[in-house]
Design a protein around this ligand. Structure first.
Ligand code: ADP
Ligand code: MG
Length: 250
C-alpha cells in the first residue's frame, strides 16, 4: 500500500554526468552534474526540452545506461544494472508484438524468480487493475494505443515498484485517450490502489505535471541539469477527495 512517509531517500543522484561519442571523435555532454533526490511517497515531475537528456537520466536510474561520472544510488546502493523495485513506462510502450498481453505483463516478473502460477496470478491482477480485463490473450497489434500503454503500465506495476519511472507516458496518445488514461491513473491514486511508492514522470505538459506531481523539476538543455524546482502546494491527488478538486480533474 501507499507509503506516505517522506523520511527515506529512495533515490539519490549526485553530480551525475553522461556524454556520448558524436562520431567525429568528439563527445556530446548530455547530462552535467545532475542532482536529484526522491523520497518515498513523492511524485516528481521532470519538464524539459526535447534532447535535454531526460530519457538518458531515466535510463540511468533504471540501470540501463551508466553515468560517465557521479553517483546514482537507489536505497543507498550505487545503481549497477536494473535495481529491484524500479520499473519504467515508455513513451513508445515497448511491448513485445509476438507476446500476448498476459505474457507481456508476466515479463515484468521474470527477473524476480516468481513461479509461473504466482506470475500469472499477479499479472492478471495488474491487468484487471489497469482496466484490461478480458484482453489477456490479445496481441498488441489488436489493441488501440491507449490500451497498449495500459499494458505498459500493467507490466511496470506488476512488480509493485518502489519507484515508477514514466517517460512521457501519454505523449504518443491522442488528447482524449491521454486524458482518459491520466484520469484513470489519478483515480487509482486517490483510491490508494496503485501499488507504488514514488513516481518520477517526464512530461512536456505543464498542466499534467501540476495535476499529478508534488514537485516539478525543470531541466535545462545543452547540457541537461536540474535548473529549477517548483513545489506544487495544493493537496496531492491522493488527498484530493474533495469535490472542488474533482472538478479540476473531470
Ligand atoms: P530527451 O529525452 O530529453 O529528449 P535524450 O536523453 O533522449 O533527451 O537525448 C539527449 C541527447 O543525447 C540527444 O542529443 C541524443 O541524441 C543523445 N543520446 C541519447 N542516447 C544516446 C546514445 N545511446 N548514443 C548517442 N547519443 C545519444
Ligand atoms: Mg525523451
Amino acid at each position: 500500500m501507499l507509503d506516505t512517509s517522506k523520511d527515506t531517500n529512495l533515490l539519490d543522484i549526485r553530480g551525475v554526468c553522461r556524454s556520448f561519442p558524436k562520431g567525429s571523435g568528439e563527445e556530446l555532454l548530455v547530462l552535467e552534474k545532475v542532482d536529484l533526490t526522491i523520497r518515498s511517497g513523492e511524485i516528481v515531475g521532470l519538464l524539459g526540452r526535447s534532447g535535454s537528456g531526460k530519457s538518458t537520466l531515466l535510463r540511468i536510474i533504471a540501470g540501463l545506461v551508466s553515468p560517465s561520472s557521479g553517483d546514482a544510488k537507489c536505497r543507498g546502493e550505487t545503481i549497477v544494472g536494473p535495481p529491484n523495485g524500479v520499473s519504467m513506462v515508455f513513451q513508445s510502450f515497448a511491448l513485445f508484438p509476438w507476446l500476448t498481453v498476459l505474457q507481456n505483463v508476466e515479463l515484468g516478473l521474470e527477473a524476480l524468480g516468481v513461479d509461473s502460477a504466482e506470475r500469472r496470478k499477479r499479472a492478471l491482477a495488474a491487468i484487471d487493475l489497469i482496466g484490461l480485463d478480458g484482453f489477456e490473450s490479445a496481441y498488441p497489434k489488436e489493441l488501440s494505443g491507449g490500451m497498449r500503454q495500459r499494458v505498459g503500465f500493467a507490466r511496470a506495476l506488476v512488480v509493485h515498484p518502489d519507484l515508477l519511472l514514466m517517460d512521457e507516458p501519454f505523449s504518443a496518445l491522442d488528447v482524449l485517450t491521454a486524458e482518459t488514461l491520466r484520469t484513470d491513473l489519478i483515480d487509482l491514486w486517490i483510491e490508494g490502489r496503485l501499488p507504488i511508492k514514488s513516481v518520477l514522470m517526464v512530461t512536456h505538459n505543464i498542466e499534467e505535471a501540476v495535476l499529478m506531481c508534488d514537485r516539478i523539476l525543470v531541466f535545462s538543455s545543452n547540457p541537461g541539469r536540474v535548473a529549477a524546482e517548483i513545489k506544487v502546494d495544493f493537496p496531492h491527488p491522493r488527498n484530493r477527495l474533495d469535490p472542488a478538486f474533482r472538478q479540476l480533474v473531470d
